[in-house]
Structures are given as structure tokens and as C-alpha cells.
Ligand binder design. Sequence first.
Ligand code: SF4
Length: 405
Amino acid sequence: MLKSYSMPNLGVYIQVPFCQTKCTYCNFHTGVVSADRFAPYVHSIRREITTARELFRAAGVHFPSGFDWQSLRRPTPSHDAVDTVYIGGGTPSLLDPALLTSLLHTIRDSFPCSWEEVTLEADPETIEPQKALHWVSAGINRISFGSQSFVDSELKAAGRLHRSADVYKAVPILRNGGIRNISFDLIAGLPKQTPDSWRHSLAETIALSPEHVSIYMMEIDEGSHLGLEVLQHGTRYSARELPSEEAVADFYELAQSELKAAGYEQYEISNWAKPGFASKHNLKYWRREPYLGFGAGAHSFSGKQRWANLHDAAAYVSAIAAGKPAIESVEPVTTEQAFEEEFFLGLRQLAGIDLSRIERQYGIDLNEKVGRLASNGMIERDGNVLRLAPAKLSVSNEVLVELLR
Ligand code: SF4
């Protein structure tokens, strides 16, 4: 019976890797495809979900002993199994709402569900009143909104399709449709961004009063058009108009103080929420709780293994159509990796991690190392709780490397 199953409830992630255009800074595996491909893709995800048990077994995925798949597959309301769903991308709000509804029905029919949080990622220009009503009736109760900036010249330079006016228009549509939980994404470090324009984007975000805000720092790598241009010293994509690293660090600190003053609590390196609105689904990633990912490029974690699906959407659809797993890699999580993840993932949360639990679980004494880093002001220790020092959040990776050395 699921009640004796000791792992926490599951999160389900659905990947929709389609967009209307490719943003210059985007390093995700997403593509611009004809809308004709949306329905077959969703059909494949539904099939992947309904045959997941067989596909996992064929790919060598084993759930830990104690995991009762039979109970999980039986749609019994008394068993809580899936409590969060996150439909991300890509731009899943491009899909016909009927396709999203069918996807959510399939999840509900395949797992016992007690949904607390069902998130849809949406781009502002794709929001329409009828869609919002459909989403709410399908069970979606949270919209994560790719606002990115409130300055049109920055949005244009980044290759975004929407403009700030689309955000102002979309928020009341979502509210009128019944969405009570909206998250905004902002990017610190966009080309053409200045201290004034960043302050403006923060102020407009706060004025629209979303329940949740994510701030991402611009990443420069060869995976995006802009990153590649910067690395090759080119000028396209406004590559010469990026703010400096120091300026971006200042943007982050300004966001911390402005959001705090507006009543948002920072609970993770990139995430702030009004009380009670921290993302339940995303917390599972940082707490190393299990989740199943479906769709091209989706990742999953059982506690003992991590596995990933094929990134290419066409290859994914073909594999599922042939009744084969679309899983391209399955990795056991070794004790050493699990130990590192406890820090790399756990310390992203401002609440910190339980040091004594980790010492017990992994049979290691960290007192000396923790004491040294605490005396350098890199981390803080409060009894058994270990957390990154607030001033070190924007350089967390350097601190973590030091801690695990
Ligand atoms: S909308 Fe998001 S996923 Fe799509 S290209 Fe832009 S940044 Fe990438």
C-alpha cells in the first residue's frame, strides 16, 4: 500500500519543447515547429505516461524497494501520490487548451493525485481570456510567466516576441480567469540593461503584485546565439551591450532589497515568494524528492537513479510510437554524488540544510571544514542548520566548491 511507501509524494514534470521564436539568450533544447506537430507530441506524452511502468523497466529504471507501483497506478483518491505538476518548456501555453486538458486527464487517470500545485509556463503574448478559463477548469492553478524585462528595447534585443504592454494586458486576464498564483521571471544581465532600467523592471513587477518572482542571472555559454557571439567576440544580438558582471551582481542585490521591502521572502537563490507561495514543485528538486519527467528532454529522479529522455522531439515521438522507452541515459546516484547533491541542491535554499542529518546519513564529520568556512564568512551555522551567508548567494558555486573540496 502506498501509505507504507516511505518516499515523499511525487512531482510530475511535462516538457513541451516548442516556441514561437528562439530568444537570443536561450540555451534550452527548444525548437520552432509547425503547430501541426503539437497534437502528435502530446499524444506521445500521454502514451509515455500510461505505459511508464513497462518503459521504465525496459530502460533499466528501478524504483527503490517499498515503491508500490500497483498502488500508484490505481486512481484511488485515498492515496496521495502526485501532488505537484509542472508543465514547462519551451512555451507550453502555445498548446491548444484541449491538449493540455487531455494531458492532465491522463496524469489523473494514471496516478492517484491530490494536486496542490499545477503550474503552466506561459509567455505573455500567448495569454487569452478563453485559454485562461480552460486552464483553470483543467486544474491549472499557477502560471509561471516569462516576463523577463519591462523595457521594450531589452525585450527586442533579446529576441522576445512580447512587449511590456502584453504583460500588463495578460495579468488581469489571468486574474479574471481565476488564477490566484502567478510567478514572474526576470533576467538580470540582458543586453542594454542599465541600473535604471533594472530598477524599472523590478518596480513594475512589484506593482503588478505576483505571488512569486524568479530572478535569473544571464548565462553566457555556447548553447545560445548570444553566448556564442560573445565568446567569438562578435557584435550580433547586441553582444557588446551586455552589462558587466559587477553590474549584474549589483542588480541581484538590488532585487534582494527591493523584493524584501515589498514583502517577498527569498527562499532560494533565484526565487522569492509572498508567504505561502514558494513553489512546491521546485522545492522537490532542491530537497532531492522524487519526480517523474515526461516528454522530450525531461529528467526524472527516483532517489536512487536519475534518468533523462531523448532531447530531440521527433526522435522522442518515434521511440514512443514504436513502444520503446525514450530514455537516453539512466545513471545510478552513488553515495558520493548524493552527498554532493545534498550541498549543491540543498544549500540553494535559504532555509539551509540539516548538517547533523547529513553527517549521520553519510558517516562524515564536517565540523572542521564548516568551522573554517564559517570563520571566512562564506557560510553560517545555526545549531544544526547550515546555510550560505546572504552576501555569498550570488557566488554560491564558489562557496560550494570550497565546501566539498
Ligand atoms: S521562450 Fe523560453 S524556451 Fe522559448 S526560446 Fe525563449 S527563452 Fe527559450
